[in-house]
Design a protein around this ligand. Structure first.
Ligand code: GLP
Length: 241
């Protein structure tokens, strides 16, 4: 695992957008693992620009998103379905024919939905590039501290600290869902290449723990040490050195 300080959010986001673009340009059947959150906004903005400029046909690309809040329908403005449509899929016409998968947080049988999603990853994967953000408590996807290191897609009880951190996207903290469907740590590790991004001072503690090179259940992102192909890009504020 390499941690590289690219200086600013813009530089790092542009770099990762180029990597995603190059992947799709090199293989029209690419499979991308996508993430949400404030960290990814500029990545998708730059990616949409690159796609438009070059008119790349992405209709055979497959995408898998990491997670979704339980109880939010796809048209809820804070759902990750809405985020992805708004920021990426509706911004580039070819994505309308692309297969874009996101776990359903409004499924009647959530355990069944988690199983279905993991099967999809196994049938259609493996993912070529998985992009990840990181929670202030070191979560990836919605895998909170203490998550089983072998976990497949599953239902998660969100921790108080995650609910509080994510309340910045909702009008009131009480509106933040208490659960999510998330790819597990084992699902994430199935990807061939993983790129994690972290920006801002609030992420520095988590990145510092990650830099310690030990797998620690209390900091879920440290499971990435068990993967042979992980890159981490940070800005000055999140850099641990
Ligand atoms: C959320 C998401 C993660 C994301 C993280 C950081 O809870 N489930 O996938 O990486 O928290 O979010 P942000 O980029 O908004 O700081």
């Amino acid at each position: 695992m390499k941690i590289t300080n690219l200086g600013s959010q813009s530089y790092a986001s542009f770099y990762v957008a180029c990597e995603l673009y190059k992947q799709m340009n090199g293989d029209k059947h690419s499979k991308l693992g996508l993430a949400t959150g404030g960290t990814m906004v500029d990545v998708y903005r730059f990616l949409v620009e690159l796609l438009h400029k070059n008119q790349l046909d992405v209709s055979d690309v497959i995408t898998f998103n990491l997670d979704e809040y339980v109880g939010l329908t796809s048209n809820h403005p804070q759902s990750y379905h809405y985020y992805m449509n708004d920021i990426l899929f509706n911004q580039y016409p070819y994505f309308t024919t692309t297969q874009t998968y996101i776990p359903r947080g409004d499924a009647d049988d959530l355990d069944q939905e988690a199983k279905r999603y993991e099967q999809l990853i196994d049938e259609l994967g493996p993912v070529d590039i998985q992009i990840l953000g990181i929670g202030e408590n070191g979560h990836i996807g919605f895998n909170e501290p203490g998550t089983d290191l072998n976990s497949p897609t599953h239902i998660v009880d969100l921790t108080e600290s995650t609910i509080q951190a994510n309340s910045r996207y909702f009008e009131h903290e009480a509106e933040v869902p208490k659960q999510a469907v998330s790819m597990g740590l084992a699902s994430i590790l199935k990807a061939k290449r993983i790129i994690l991004l972290a920006f801002g001072e609030k992420k520095r503690a988590a990145i510092t723990k990650l830099a310690q090179k030990e797998v620690n259940k209390d900091v879920p992102a440290t499971i990435l040490h068990a993967h042979p192909n992980v890159e981490i890009y940070v800005d000055d504020a999140a850099a641990p050195f």
